[in-house]
Design a protein around this ligand. Structure first.
Ligand SMILES: *Cc1c(COP(=O)(O)O)cnc(C)c1O
Length: 712
């Protein structure tokens, strides 16, 4: 937003392009920035706002008179204009007139692009992918979240193998954000009450194609020093600061939209953190004259709630005392008293006396869904207590399985193969299962060559990072080896890449160290494993696990075949989901609500090797990858670890490794490529964000919009 050399008139719409993250999922637009100044594009971390801030004016002048650059520029701008304004979209064609105003989508985090580091993991990726897909489908949607200047943290690993968290302050002039309501400057424009004081809230706008996201900010001098920090970081551990933060998001978020004249028809809460948004809308109705019950009825009919947490302990809760402290001035405005208010979030199971954000959301949203088929079952069982008179199957929580935004997660090189064999319009039709039958006709060699190329690119990205860390003096020489300097792109490579959490069992594969050594160190059929992922700063058991994995990776006995790549983020995620051979996922059963990283890998031709949990429970078809152990059931944890480790080793030894190294005379493992093709064919159309968002629209938004039309 700040700059920079002024743009030559012929290419001055670059300004619009860099301020809309639309460019991030359109390869031609990325090519444009690459063509503009390749070294700077790389140095900026693929961030055109930074690139254009730092670019040399001569470069811009040269580009403005370079015919090949201008041809590309014109073509990108034409595609941009057409995407931004066309009425020929799936939504317009299938649901004309359904929504007179957008869906309001509230989320603690949004992962759109690395230049906007306001996400921690899967929840944010889902929110970002939904915004992009809404833009592609022409579904009117507006996001509400936070503009955290410190975001999540940057991960470093000490020489002793412990995670260190570094909080860097984002330079807002490098981010694709602009202050609202006017671009003249940032100032707060709504207030909320936190106990006895007012907090002033402003917002930034991010454009994601046709979708706008408003990111709240409390860092204004009108606020106390502590309140200025409320929007500073993601997932504050302190419960009192957290309730304050969630009040800012929920209540402040509704007020920000209203102040901007945006009045959603449907309100969608992504996870319980955002549920205070529902209370604020009840308050509005009561203010307009409704009774509490009438207000709740109206709000419920137009509210959608997506729950992501499969274990009771994982839900966002506050002590009743905190809920009382922050809402004792508010419940009167809802037309209810203390007891009635606290009951809205009261857990009715024996887990005690807490104000539970999921319970609140389930009470105030009529349209509730889990994020995979199995997670739906788990969720209905978990919340059956709230509907004691119903049978478990009748608990009103449905499921819509998550999906990933294909244009974001596809490697351009794989995209070109799909273009050649599935047709120019494959992106437009990518949720059509029939289209993907044609994958079987792609010559094995073309897939194999691209897979090898992507592994080399991943190697280069890892080495690049290791080299930088070494040059900056952040790591010791042995750490450079552990960061993946010895990885060989010709070796079968397993990716274990995800947030570190106990239930994901990152150390499972080390359970029998001698057996693992035999597998990875095999002279003719070696195997390597890449680990990456962050532990939540307050999750000490998971930090200990990370330490354990890191220490084992550094063990010379494993010959440098195990790597730990620091600071997993969207940027590194792209290289990893493009550039390994197998995606390993071994959570404890019934703990992974969905998981999405395996879907990203699959669409790039990386088969899944996973416990039958989350999305894999419905994704596995017997020939598109492998399932570790048996299906969902309850286990003694020690027995579960033993059985799954055994199953994992056997699969690797007997099936996966031999298949990968079974080469024909042309050097290609044709039977392996068959699994790759089966992976692509079966996963892409089913686990893409397009299928997911069409389902949300057809099954949920349609109903909520009709209810809204009825009640006016
Ligand atoms: C996809 C993604 C995730 C989600 O990973 P899961 O294994 O599905 O939990 C988390 N972080 C990043 C950076 C991702 O790209």
């Amino acid at each position: 937003m700040l700059y920079r050399p002024s743009l030559p008139a012929r290419i001055n719409r670059l300004d619009e392009l860099i301020n809309n993250l639309w460019w991030s999922w359109h390869p031609q637009a990325r090519d444009l920035f690459r063509a503009l100044d390749y070294p700077l594009w790389r140095l900026s971390g693929h961030n055109p706002v930074k690139q254009l801030r730092d670019i040399n004016a001569e470069k811009l002048k040269a580009a403005a008179s370079d015919p090949s650059f201008l041809t590309l520029y014109d073509s990108v701008m034409a595609a941009f204009d057409s995407n931004m304004s066309t009425r020929d979209t799936w939504f317009e064609n299938n649901h004309p007139g359904l929504l007179s105003a957008p869906v309001g989508y509230f989320s603690m985090e949004f992962a759109i692009h690395n230049s906007l580091p306001i996400y921690a993991g899967g929840l944010g990726i889902l929110a970002g992918d939904i915004c992009k897909e809404a833009s592609d489908l022409g579904l009117p949607l507006v996001g509400v979240g936070f503009m955290y200047p410190q975001g999540y943290f940057i991960q470093r690993i000490s020489p002793e193998g412990w995670q260190e968290e570094i909080y860097k302050h984002l330079d807002f002039s490098e981010a694709p954000i602009n202050p609202v309501p006017s671009s003249e400057g940032r100032k707060p424009f709504v207030t909320i009450q936190l106990n006895d004081r007012s907090v002033h809230i402003g917002a930034w706008k991010v454009r994601v194609g046709r979708v706008d996201i408003y990111l709240l900010d409390t860092n204004f001098e009108e606020n106390t020093a502590q309140d200025r920090q409320l929007s500073a970081r993601l997932y504050i551990a302190d419960r009192e600061l957290r309730i304050q933060q969630e009040i800012v998001l929920g209540i402040g978020g509704v007020r920000v939209l209203r102040a901007l004249g945006i009045n959603p028809v449907i309100w969608h809460a992504n996870e319980g953190h955002t549920a205070f948004m529902m209370l604020e809308r009840v308050r509005e109705e009561v203010e307009k004259g409704a009774t509490f019950d009438e207000a709740v009825e109206k709000v419920r009919a137009t509210t959608v709630f997506t729950t992501h947490t499969p274990v009771p302990a994982g839900h966002d809760t506050f002590s009743m005392e905190l809920a009382e402290r922050y809402f004792h001035r508010y419940w009167g405005q809802l037309g209810i008293g203390r007891d009635e208010f606290l009951e809205l979030g009261q857990e009715t199971n024996n887990s005690g006396d807490a104000f539970n954000m999921t319970v609140l959301a389930l009470a105030l949203a009529e349209h509730c869904n889990a994020v995979s088929k199995l997670h739906g079952e788990v969720t209905r069982k978990m919340w059956h207590v709230l509907w004691p008179e119903s049978r478990e199957e009748e608990v009103p929580i449905s499921y819509i399985t998550n999906g990933v935004h294909v244009p974001t997660w596809i490697a351009p090189e794989m995209g070109r193969i799909y273009e050649k064999y599935l047709g120019q319009d494959w992106v437009k039709r990518h949720d059509d299962p029939e289209l993907w039958d044609r994958v079987m006709d792609i010559p094995d060699k073309e897939i194999w060559d691209v897979r090898q190329l992507l592994k080399r690119k991943r190697k280069a990205a890892i080495l690049d990072r290791a080299q930088k860390s070494w040059a900056d003096g952040n790591v010791t020489a042995p750490q450079v080896l552990t960061m993946g300097a010895l990885l060989d792109p010709d070796v079968l490579t397993i990716g274990f890449v995800r947030r570190f959490a106990e239930y994901k069992r990152p150390a499972l594969i080390f359970r029998d160290l001698e057996r693992l050594k035999r597998i990875v160190n095999d002279r003719w059929q070696p195997v390597q494993i890449i680990f990456a992922g962050k532990s939540h700063p307050a999750d000490f058991p998971s930090k200990y696990l990370l330490h354990q994995v890191y220490t084992l990776a550094a063990d010379r006995a494993l010959q440098g075949r195990i790597a730990f790549v620091e600071d997993y983020d969207m940027h590194m995620a792209r290289y990893l989901v493009h550039g390994v051979d197998i995606w390993l996922n071994n959570p404890r059963r019934l703990r992974e609500a969905s998981g999405t990283s395996g879907m990203k890998a699959a669409l790039n031709g990386i088969p899944h090797l996973s416990v039958l949990d989350g999305w894999w429970y419905e994704g596995y078809n017997g020939s598109n990858g492998w399932s570790i152990g048996d299906g969902p059931r309850t286990y003694d944890p020690e027995e579960e670890d033993r059985a799954d480790a055994e199953a994992l080793y056997r699969l690797l030894e007997d099936r996966v490794v031999p298949l990968y190294y079974d080469r024909d005379r042309d050097g290609i493992p044709h039977n392996w490529i068959h699994v790759v093709k089966e992976t692509i064919r079966s996963v892409v159309p089913q686990f893409c964000a397009r299928r997911m968002l069409k389902e949300y629209t057809d099954r949920i938004y349609t109903k909520a919009a009709q209810a809204s039309n009825k009640t006016g």
